[in-house]
Design a protein around this ligand. Structure first.
Ligand code: GLA
Ligand code: ZN
Length: 650
């Protein structure tokens, strides 16, 4: 079943309105609603006194209109009575200041009292709804980690951090050696000397900082798992999901996803104004990647102008539909719009939904409805898998290590991922996002931007992939450090030297906005910024050279034969033009199947399932565009109106 839904807040509206809402939803093809994720105070108005009667009635009204419900556990917004009674649950910032209530997410994930209160409300909800057939699943909390809320520096977290470290390192000696605490006399002589990185004079030890970010992530996931445990025991036949935030970096989403049935995520393409189709596509692919490639849900899909104190431009005609289909094209089996009706009060007065404040259905409603009708013909798509022959490696640990030490102010791990992704997107090559230890054997091409942290296991995984015939691209500042954020004593690229067939003689931080020229295989000139490295090829061949800068005339990129495959090393932070030309060359070289010829504004993806192959064509341009689709033995020309979507089933 394809789920098509809205995020609905019955507690914000008079009960007399609910029936009209539900019937408008039903006429638009809506068959699921997410409810209650911020309604703690209405479900538990005082401690231990539960009132689910209003929610029962709302679920019943929706049920009469054949709309199922996903219930959110309400722990993202602890009520005022709770904070007054248990002020010790409040989080503490880096400066040691308590973060008061007033917004949301004002709780510490390691607070024993908050965990107890969480257990109580989640158990009460689970018991109450376990046999309700209209409730099909649960959403844990809401956007865990949002507003950086999981970086808490309170004493509970300090104690939990020490325990986490004890488990990880076993002995203090091991911790001291792994972190290099001899530097600046930071050697710990007892566990209770270990600090949490509150504001200090100068900067903290980078190994401590990286472990703190891992601890923060693990604490959040542990808090999530506390809720999952209760729900699994009480409601074994309902699914459990959580709404993630795309490219958000405050949590290891690979780990977070492990205990969920599937992940969902919140997609706001036009929140800040301009829409970047490749950027949204990447977010979908990251989300599918952390979900092990399975279909996912979009739990909040933009349906109106978005913003709090100020709001951005609203979706133009056709955009809601285009973005929703883009999600489906990337592997979503459900689209849920945020929110049904724009709220009249509170922080999000200007975060617009399908209906405006007055509740009158207008253009945006009609667009949602039109798509609802179309989706009725698409049910055989559910469960089908995204098809990609290229992959990009994405690691949270590496991202965090670069957050701690960017190396150069304009060197950015995520920006590199975005640039290489765009290079493939612009040439109609679908991509999977994978973690460094994933099985890579199904890919013809793998891009591994800046493998800054390295382990022997990752090296082996990459070597196996290339040895067996894969093509791998690695970019600068790779193999620099071990997993504890300590620099290797090997010549760079450290563990990767054999695979890449090079040694790095020198690396250089490019000042300010300076750019150096690079010449590749063709006559064109390209540029690099931020970081450049002097490569000394051992077994590798040179494929690009610096034209100026400190390494003028020297190699900037190489290719190395390794087993049956090839490993390419790019020694500089190169521009998108170089990336596109390199990828163009590699796409043919490793025989990636390109099924569409046409402008880059037309996006193409493929989903394969038991009921067939679905080819999605999405025209992100404001002009009509023509593309040629090549199938074995035939070429079809297809016209797409501005903003239009076509799904071809084979
Ligand atoms: C997020 C949250 C929602 C809402 C919207 C709009 O995605 O999950 O609760 O706050 O943003 O701000
Ligand atoms: Zn805390």
């Amino acid at each position: 079943m394809f789920y098509y839904g809205v995020d609905y807040y019955p507690e914000h509206w008079p009960e007399e309105r609910w029936n009209l809402d539900a019937s408008l939803m039903e006429s638009a093809g809506i068959n699921v609603a997410r409810l209650a994720e911020f309604a703690w105070v209405k479900m538990e108005p005082e401690e231990g006194h539960y009132d689910f009667s209003w929610l029962d009635r709302a679920i019943e009204v929706l049920g009469k209109h054949r709309i199922k419900v996903v219930l959110g556990t309400p722990t993202a917004s602890p009520p005022m009575w709770l904070v007054k009674k248990y002020p010790q649950i409040l989080p503490v910032d880096r400066d040691g200041h308590i973060m008061g209530p007033g917004g949301r997410r004002h709780y510490c994930y390691n607070s024993p009292e908050y965990r107890k209160l969480t257990r109580k409300i989640v158990t009460a909800m689970a018991e109450h709804y376990k046999d309700n057939p209209d409730v099909i699943g649960w959403q844990i909390d809401n956007e865990l980690g949002c507003h950086e809320s999981n970086r808490c520096y309170c004493d509970n977290c300090l104690i939990a951090f020490r325990e986490w470290l004890k488990k990880k390192y076993g002995t203090l000696e091991n911790l001291n050696n792994s972190w290099g605490t001899i530097f600046w006399s930071q050697t710990y002589t007892s566990w209770d000397e270990i600090i949490i990185p509150r504001r200090t004079v100068g900067s903290h030890n980078p190994s401590l900082l990286l472990d703190f970010l891992r601890f923060v992530s693990d604490s959040t996931i542990d808090y999530q798992n506390l809720q999952i445990g209760i729900l699994r025991r009480t409601c074994p036949d309902k699914f459990i999901t959580h709404n993630l935030m795309g490219l958000f970096g405050g949590l290891d989403y690979y780990k977070l996803a492990e205990t969920l049935d599937f992940i969902s995520w919140d997609n706001y393409p036009k929140f800040r104004g301009d829409v970047n189709p490749a950027g949204i596509a990447l977010s979908h692919d990251v989300m599918r990647g952390v979900n092990s490639g399975k279909p996912f849900w979009v739990m909040e899909e933009q349906s109106g102008a978005a913003g709090w104190e100020i709001f951005g431009p609203h979706p133009l005609p056709g955009e809601i539909r285009l973005w929703a289909y883009q999600g489906i094209a990337h592997g979503a089996d459900a689209i849920v719009y945020f929110r049904w009706r724009t709220c009249r009060f509170g922080t999000e007065e200007y975060w617009h939904g399908v209906l405006d404040h007055d509740g009158v259905p207008r253009r945006r409603y009609e667009e949602v409805k039109k798509m609802g009708e179309e989706l009725k013909n698409l049910t055989d798509l559910v469960g089908s898998r995204y098809k990609a022959e290229a992959a990009i490696i994405y690691s949270y640990d590496i991202r965090w290590a670069f957050d701690i030490q960017p190396n150069n102010p304009s060197f950015n791990y995520m920006e590199q991922i975005q640039r290489y992704y765009a290079g493939l997107f612009n040439q109609h090559v679908p991509v999977d996002i994978v973690n460094p230890l994933s099985n890579l054997s199904r890919y013809k091409l793998v891009i591994a931007p800046s493998l800054y942290l390295m382990t022997p296991q990752i090296r082996e995984n990459l070597e196996r992939y290339v040895r067996e015939g894969g093509t791998l691209v690695v970019t600068p500042r790779s193999g620099v450090k071990d997993w504890n954020n300590v620099v290797t004593d090997k010549t760079l690229p450290g563990e990767l030297a054999d695979l890449l067939g090079v040694e790095i003689e020198e690396y250089y931080s490019i000042p300010g906005d300076e750019r150096y020229q690079i010449k590749g295989i063709g006559p064109e000139k390209y540029s690099c910024k931020a970081i450049c490295e002097l490569i000394s090829p051992k077994s590798a061949e040179v494929i690009a050279q610096y034209e100026d800068g400190p390494f003028a005339g020297k190699p900037a990129a190489t290719i190395n034969r390794f087993g049956n495959g090839e490993a390419i090393y790019i020694g500089a932070d190169v521009d998108i033009q170089y990336i596109e030309s390199l990828l163009f060359w590699l796409i043919t070289r490793c025989r990636i199947d390109i099924i569409v010829m046409g402008p880059k504004e037309v996006e193409v993806t493929v989903r394969e399932g038991e009921d067939g192959v679905f080819i999605f064509l999405l025209n992100h341009s404001d002009k009509a565009e023509a593309v040629k689709l090549s199938f074995p033995g035939s070429i079809e020309e297809i016209m797409l109106e501005p903003g239009d979507v076509k799904i071809i089933k084979r």
